[in-house]
Every structure is written in C-alpha cells, then in structure tokens.
Design a protein around this ligand. Structure first.
Ligand code: IMP
Ligand code: MG
Length: 184
C-alpha cells in the first residue's frame, strides 16, 4: 500500500487541529461526539491533546460498503449518544468525502437542542463534496483516493494501521486472496 501520511504526519496534523479547537473553546466546557466507527482512533488521540473540561460520547452512522463510492442509505443510531441539549458540541468524524454523512448527522443532532455545534474531521477528500457545508476543523486535505488506516476501513479491515495508506487495485486483489485464506 502507498503511504500517504506517516504516523508522525498524522500526529503533527492532529496536534495542529487540537490547538485550533482549544483556542476556539477556551474556558468552555466541550461535549465531543465521535462518529463510529471511523473516528475512534482520531478520538483517542484528539481528546488526550485537548486540555479542556469535556464530556465524550459517540453515535453510529453507517452507509458505505467496500470501496464503492455509490451511496447506501445512511443509518444514524443516536441512542448511544449522551445528552447534548444546551451544550457546546464538537462532532468528530474520520473523513469528509461527499459530505452527506456529516450533514445528515449534524441535522439529527440539532434536534436535541445543542447551544452550538461544530465539526472536526481528520481528512477532506479533494473535489468530492456535494453539500453546501464545510467542516470547521480539518487536519488534512487529501487527493481523491480510497484510503485506509488510522480508523478508516476497507470492508471493516485496516482500521488499526498506524499510518494512512491509499488502497490501490493490487492491494484489493491481495486483500481478497488474504481473506479467502484466513476466513473460516
Ligand atoms: P460522505 O458521506 O461521502 O462524506 O462519506 C463519509 C464516510 O464514508 C466516512 O465516514 C467513511 O466511513 C466513508 N469513506 C469515504 N471515503 C473513504 C475512504 O477513502 N476510505 C474509507 N472510508 C471512506
Ligand atoms: Mg465512517
């Protein structure tokens, strides 16, 4: 796999984003909500870099299947989420691609009456956006390639890679072969 962002690049970018977030919420209590599952690695690093009083929660949004870019129906499960009414909320996700996921999740969250709601993403993919919304905090802009690692998956695999890599056709063929060997 072609490495796009090394472990060190990721750390530096997340730290720069954390500084901007900290400056924005100075002296406020923050409620951070991560979108499962792609945001878990970013969440773990980001919350430890933010020296702010905070509550941490999650919600689940799922639509994508595999490396296809066709959109399935988005299912949002906010039952896991903590109470956000009257709170300053920061929604955290792995990647802003078409943007539909973040926009729909934000709409859903507004129903719960937060005082303010902003968004932070690790990645924004170049030239893919289909919505009239921009995330408030973006750690990296990347080219239009399918990427895995640091929380991002291909068929639920590779989230644990400490770097970010582009998944190329050869990698997908190798993935299929490995899965066939290692699965029951
Ligand atoms: P959007 O609704 O098109 O912005 O898609 C957002 C979701 O699609 C992300 O939270 C990811 O789960 C998934 N996604 C989009 N691009 C990629 C990618 O390159 N690798 C892995 N997942 C991706
Ligand atoms: Mg996701």
């Amino acid at each position: 796999m072609k490495v796009l962002l090394s472990k060190e690049d990721l750390h530096d970018g997340v730290m720069r984003m954390a500084d901007k977030i900290a400056a924005c919420y100075e002296n406020r209590q923050l409620t951070i909500v991560g979108v499962l599952t792609g945001s878990v690695v970013l969440m773990a690093d980001l919350i430890r870099l933010l020296d702010l009083p905070m509550r941490v929660g999650v919600l689940q949004a799922s639509s994508y299947r595999g490396a296809t870019t066709t959109r399935g129906e988005l299912v949002i499960n906010s039952e896991l989420m903590l109470d956000i009414s009257g709170r300053d909320v920061l929604l955290v996700d792995d990647i802003f691609d078409t943007g539909h996921t973040l926009v729909q999740v934000l709409d859903k969250m507004r129903e719960f009456g937060p005082t303010s709601i902003r968004s932070a993403v690790l990645l924004r993919k170049h030239g893919r956006q289909e919505v009239d919304y921009r995330p408030d905090f973006v750690a990296f802009d990347i080219p239009d390639e399918f990427v895995v690692g640091y929380g991002l998956d291909y068929e639920d695999m590779y989230r644990n890679l400490p770097y970010l890599a582009a998944l190329e056709p050869d990698d997908i063929a190798r993935h299929e072969a490995t899965m066939a060997e290692t699965q029951m």
